[in-house]
Design a protein around this ligand. Structure first.
Ligand code: AMP
Length: 280
């Protein structure tokens, strides 16, 4: 595995491989790698000859009140796990490489797909995500990019950006990797105490209960949401933020749930926000 720190070198190595007819997959991450990130690498390996992983904690997608400064940065371990999993190029630009000025003047606005749920709780989050993803696409010029279902609304806004702005990139989504308890793996899980972890579990349980009720025939979104809400509300020590049945492409709430729709949820446990989802 080769570590690449500059845009110039990244473009150069990719151009070289493309010239030899190789296809390229990109796995964008913010590091603090866990098995969830590494399965994206497996998926990338499956579909392309060359796998590029980027590690960049993107300041633009954090609000001033959020955890940008204390976000876990574990570059040495990340580099070892990426290499062991078969990443060919690890792109690790410093902030000034991606944002030579304080902030870009032109940003990618997510529109209606990014308005509700995570978009409502974190007002400029998806604008920051899409802007950096657009930059990474223009730097790496991958044939495909692999994202995790863990951030389902992110997948929806990225797919929509690709469609609306004609990026020549295929978007693949890999399933959520969970701990044996059911908790969705996340770089932020390392903020959780043992007790908070226990509390956080209720989010996946609520979503699974909604999926079970759907499997038994319930189709009314309000009834499914009520099943999940009741479970979240019973637990002292966490704050539910949202729990809703949505269309997985538009992220508009649905009234009647169909196969392929999603239930998305977010809670706060102590200072930590957890998100999760299931696809019906
Ligand atoms: P992050 O480093 O949190 O920005 O995540 C980078 C990529 O890894 C995103 O596409 C996430 O959706 C994906 N990802 C994070 N956690 C998981 C997980 N538990 N299962 C699958 N994908 C994940």
């Amino acid at each position: 595995m080769q570590v690449v720190e500059t845009i110039g070198e990244m473009r150069h190595v990719v151009a070289e491989h493309r010239g030899r007819g190789k296809s390229v997959a990109l796995v964008p991450t913010m590091g603090a790698l866990h098995e969830g990130h590494l399965t994206l690498v497996d998926e990338a390996r499956r579909v392309a000859d060359i796998v590029v992983m980027s590690i960049f904690v993107n300041p633009l997608q954090f609000a001033p009140s959020e955890d940008f400064d204390r976000y876990p940065r574990t570059m040495e371990e990340d580099s070892a796990s990426a290499a062991a999993r078969g990443v060919d190029f690890l792109f690790t630009p410093v902030r000034e490489e991606i944002y030579p000025e304080q902030a870009p003047v032109v940003l990618v606005h997510p529109g209606s797909v990014g308005k509700e749920w995570e978009g409502a709780v974190r007002p400029h989050h998806f604008e920051g995500v899409l802007t950096v993803v657009a930059k990474l696409f223009n730097i790496v010029m991958p044939d495909v990019a692999v994202f995790g279902q863990k951030d389902l609304q992110q997948v929806a806004v990225v797919k929509r950006m690709v469609r609306d702005l004609n990026f020549p990139v295929g978007i693949l989504m890999a399933p959520i990797v969970r701990e044996s308890s059911g908790l969705a793996m996340s770089s932020r899980n390392r903020y959780l105490s043992a007790k908070d972890r226990e509390l956080g579990l209720i989010l996946s349980r609520a979503l699974f209960a909604m999926r079970d009720a759907f499997a038994k025939g319930e189709r009314r979104a309000s009834a499914l949401e009520a099943i999940g809400w009741r479970m979240l509300e019973r637990v002292v020590g966490l704050t539910p933020r949202y729990l809703a049945a949505v269309n997985a492409d538009t992220f508009q709430r649905v009234n009647n749930v169909r196969h392929g729709d999603a239930a998305v949820g977010a809670i706060r446990v102590g200072e930590t926000r957890l998100i999760d989802n299931i696809i019906f």
